[in-house]
Design a protein around this ligand. Structure first.
Ligand SMILES: Nc1ncnc2c1ncn2[C@@H]1O[C@H](COP(=O)(O)OP(=O)(O)OP(=O)(O)O)[C@@H](O)[C@H]1O
Ligand SMILES: [Mg+2]
Length: 412
């Protein structure tokens, strides 16, 4: 029988010492450069250890800035100190991207506080009031302090409004034997604008803003993770620096930096290289860009693909800084080739806005004085990505559009 296909990888000595340490979900025992934010959380949550009610909080900040990691770290420490002091403290974290209805959030909170699964709130079917009563019963039965962390809370509120936050922020008025504090975490700096003024003031009694890391701070974070996760001496000089600099360019995102480092080491591992160098980081960067862009491009609705293709076609014809009018005339030709009716020219403005917000094109508006305004539009897809190939692979209807020949005008 032939050799098992996993064998050669299992026998290879990996460059990783502990790959898990480089994954997002891993919570390091200390979080460099988040001392101030952690202190703010600790100052507030210590009230739970005193048997008092901590303030509700909202934590803000862009992706990858350690909001979830810092909150989990503090909650773990709070529970462990609570156990040592004989104080009953329960923390429950819910990700509102995955648990995204009022019913599911309340039932998840209630069920997390009940070990006996036969007494769990069912997946659907109860009136919401009954679920809320069950949650209160479970809180009262356990007693003590409860900290409910609603991560990515803006997703819940954007989809279903803020109704759920009213009963949750009112719990302390009704509880006798227990106390509760809500921590909302969000990327949306204008989150409180989505809330009713009363709820905003109850929930946001204390806000913490997480600011972007600079390159040096990311270097410290990576160095700590590399120590724990990667074999000594395998990272060449400059690897951590480059990962940090690249991530610092993207709003100082520590998750991005960890991804770059992990994928770079993995590339070296797969190649059988003994050291990880700058070239592996570049390969990792290309792959991450590709992984990020591909679903965005392939998921575009058909007419948006046609508009993007029209921009790319103009560019291959040497026409950059195009206006929406120039795009529209090429787009009409692509529609002919796809045998579909073009959208009206007004709608193209919205398509262009969407492609811009997805990071596929850049749009600069210039004023033409009394002749109005004009857009200068260019694609900004990284060179290592072939958007036309991605569009053809994901949508058969793009094939006749791409195979057709176009008589394009160039500017005089
Ligand atoms: N100061 C830090 N020290 C060590 N690791 C960190 C630090 N900040 C962030 N990280 C790591 O970066 C990754 C992303 O952090 P985290 O998930 O907490 O970001 P976030 O702010 O919650 O982002 P999002 O808004 O996208 O959910 C995690 O793996 C986390 O461990
Ligand atoms: Mg998070």
């Amino acid at each position: 029988m032939s050799e098992n296909i996993f064998n050669h990888l299992l026998s290879n000595e990996s460059l990783f010492k502990n790959r898990e340490v480089l994954h997002h979900g891993f919570i390091p025992s200390n979080l460099p450069h988040r001392e101030k934010e952690i202190q703010s959380l600790v100052h507030n949550l210590v009230e739970a250890l005193h048997g008092q009610i901590p303030s509700n909080m909202i934590l803000y900040g862009q992706p990858g800035l350690g909001k979830t990691a810092a909150t989990r770290h503090v909650c773990q420490q709070l529970m462990s100190r609570g156990r040592e002091l004989g104080r009953t403290i329960h923390t429950v974290e819910i990700n509102c991207c995955t648990i995204d209805t009022k019913y599911r959030v309340l039932s998840q909170l209630a069920n997390e506080l009940m070990l006996d699964t036969s007494k769990h709130v069912p997946f659907t079917g109860w009136p919401t009031d009954k679920v809320l009563s069950r949650l209160k019963e479970n809180m009262e039965r356990l007693g003590g302090g409860h900290v409910f962390v609603l991560d990515e809370i803006d997703h819940l509120v954007k989809r279903h409004g803020d109704d759920i936050l009213y009963p949750l922020t009112s719990l302390n008025y009704e509880l006798r034997n227990s106390r509760c504090c809500i921590i909302g975490i969000t990327n949306d700096l204008n989150f409180t604008d989505l809330l009713d003024a009363r709820i905003a003031s109850r929930l946001g009694s204390e806000d913490i803003a997480f600011s972007p890391y600079n390159a040096q701070q990311i270097e410290d974070i990576l160095a700590q993770r590399a120590d724990a996760g990667i074999r000594e001496g395998v990272l060449k000089e400059g690897v951590i620096k480059l990962c940090s600099a690249l991530a610092a360019q993207e709003h100082g995102d520590a998750r991005r930096a960890l991804d770059l480092m992990r994928v770079a080491v993995n590339k070296a591992d797969v190649n059988g290289d003994e050291l990880v160098g700058i070239e592996h980081v570049r390969m990792a960067q290309n792959q991450l860009q590709f992984d990020q862009m591909t679903p965005v491009i392939s998921g575009l609705p058909f007419h948006q693909k046609l508009v993007l293709y029209s921009i790319l076609l103009n560019e291959t014809n040497g026409l950059t800084n195009v206006s929406s009018g120039e795009i529209y005339s090429v787009y009409q030709m692509t529609c002919d080739n796809a045998a579909v009716t073009p959208l009206v020219s007004r709608s193209i403005g919205n398509v262009i806005k969407n492609l811009d917000s997805l990071g596929l094109i850049t749009t600069k508006t210039t004023s033409l004085g009394r002749y109005g305004r004009s857009n200068r539009i260019n694609s900004c897809i990284p060179k290592n990505i072939d958007p036309i190939q991605i569009m053809t692979n994901s949508d058969d209807s793009m094939k006749p559009v791409i195979q057709a020949t176009y008589r394009l005008q160039s500017r005089l």
